[in-house]
Design a protein around this ligand. Sequence first.
Ligand code: IPE
Ligand code: IPE
Ligand code: MG
Length: 253
Amino acid sequence: MIAQPASNGIPEYADPSSLPAHVGIIMDGNGRWATRNGLPRSMGHERGVDALRETVRAAQKLGLSYLTVYSFSTENWRRPMAEVTALFALLRHFIKKDLKRLKSENVKISVFGTRAGLPEDVCSLLDMAVEETAGNSRFNLGIAFNYGGREEIARAAKQVAEKVATGEMAIEDFTEEAISRHLDTHPFPDPDMIIRTGQEHRLSNFLTWQGAYAELVFMDVLWPEFGEPQLREALEKFGARERRFGGLGKEAG
Ligand code: IPE
Ligand code: IPE
Ligand code: MG
């Protein structure tokens, strides 16, 4: 159960242990939202950025420490170039418009994914967002942009393999832990919960390695309709789950 707002700036939860530390969100349904409202798909993405702003604010308010949002997948290149270009334009706009505020709110931005194929100025803006917030510590925002879980794992494994080849690492140390350490998301903890909006029930290559034990919460709302009430609803669902990590649960006797 979520407690009522406190006025002293302390997160609103009575029992912080029931809070996930890291939440991942697959922000899906922008295009359908636009189509259903008689608008071009690009408008759906624009409204999606508003939903993202509200969600980042709500995540901080409710006491989360890490939030990773899936903004552009390595598979999204399959879309018409005009839509891909519009998504890049929106990322540029978001960083230019919101970076100053996020910086002042002590938000540290991390970027996950490959730079392959991205326009140079988009890469520079992503670097700028990371560099300018590197000293921040109150809240961690991960932006998965041009991100694919399998690509990330392959890249991490390659880095470890290179270290083994040069003798920097022993082959015995090519472990799960070593791969985790070389993923883009390091040092984020694994996500406790992954939320997907937009009525689809799949992960679409999001946090493939890290999400091994994440609680999956699928919500029917389309991403532009998402905000604080929907985040609270997802947190309620998470609070009611029993995480067993392969062990025995409460009902085991
Ligand atoms: C999610 O919304 C945003 C991105 C994938 C970039 P979609 O664009 O996938 O919206 P639908 O699924 O077509 O409605
Ligand atoms: C997942 O949504 C990717 C992002 C939200 C960035 P998609 O709309 O691309 O996923 P599929 O194609 O329905 O699996
Ligand atoms: Mg979609």
